[in-house]
Design a binder for this molecule. Sequence first.
Ligand code: UDP
Length: 458
Amino acid sequence: MEERKGRRLLLFPLPLQGHINPMLELANILHLKGFSITIIHTHFNSLNPSTYPHFTFHSIPDGLSESEAATKDLVLLLSLLNAKCIEPFRECLVRLLSDASEEPVACLISDVIHFFTESVADSLKIPRIVLRTGGASSFAVFAAFSLLREKGYLPLQESRLEEPVIEFPPIKVKDLPLINRCITEEYSKLVSGLSNGAKASCGVIFNTFEDLEEHALARINQELPNIPVFPIGPFHKFYPTSSSSDLFSIDHSCISWLDTQAPKSVVYVSFGSIAAMKEAEFSEIAWGLANSNQPFLWVVRPGLVQASEPFPSGFLETLNGRGHIVKWAPQKEVLAHPAIGAFWTHNGWNSTLESVCEGVPMICMPCFTDQMVNARFASDGWKVGLQLENGMERGEIERTIRKLVVEKEGEEIRERALKLKEKANLCFKQGGSSYQSLDGLVKHILSLESVVFQSQSH
Ligand code: UDP
């Protein structure tokens, strides 16, 4: 723990699992660097302060009705949060900034998707840094949506899906970060909010590292010439912690089950906290796993599939202990376990990065938005995975698993994954790119404070 800086940071995560985890990891890193931490969070998916006794928590009403909070429409949910949180957030900031009993506030660090925070922070003259919890490559693509429109890639045309997007190798047209390949007005608004919000910020933090996303980071630096960019990932490696910010309760039984399995044999299957699928797709996954003859650990989260009895009849009986199924796993611990041989993932950014950090090759099955970009980089950019290009079909699933985990054909992929792991594990050590970038971030935050002090003392 470094000397206390006598400054407080206000952190405001987006209330979704894949955004909460990195924001709290960032909070731990900055706390270690000597800052005091205040977390502002919504009632929706609210956090449990008792798991982080070293932080202060403030909960704000988000104004979501019961049905709005239960929506499966992600774009609607994000738009509602951006519209309804403005006033409660402003009131909370005013209270926090005027509290003389606390250390002075150096800046706000907001999830970049909470773009409404820009005008609130501006009106209160508090500097605002944004955290992009997704990758830099997908961010660069989002930031170029108008260029992609000009060049005719967007809106997407079915006849061009397999064409490369030459401005963004190795992305293909079908990988452009959309939902169901459509681009609605609401979605466009979110994308421009995200990109403009970053452009208007005092700095952008990425949970990535130079060696992984060098080209995208260079491009972002060009696009945002006056905004400092801090790639300081992988966050969870800086500060391994047992504190949990999980919205689901973790089933640790899988670790003792993994202890009984052969090294590098198990396929870990998880599609994150949001993705959902049809019963028929789920059934293909189940039979693909069963027929592969490899042991597997499968996270079947409530809501992953809409069916009263999700497993196809006869499936569970065929397993004979070869499969272990849980509702939510301690994923980072799982991926670091020596029994894991592959990760079948939806390529949410956190899952992708966590897999890279442990040298686990991936079976890529993206569902929507940035996941398609992440998956293409994993399979065709870093070449540490295989993508299920033709949807979910049990024969292809079985062949892909065997190729990646046991067959000679997958050997180069497995080796590349281990090499990438080495790079991931160097960047946050002394002298590494993320280590240096973090030092830069701390200095930058301390240089911002004079602006706030002026405004607070008036
Ligand atoms: N996760 C977990 N246990 C699980 C499944 C996921 O702890 O059983 C964590 C995972 O480690 C990651 C986050 O949930 O940090 C999911 O984030 P990601 O960006 O991969 O996907 P999202 O949920 O946002 O689609």
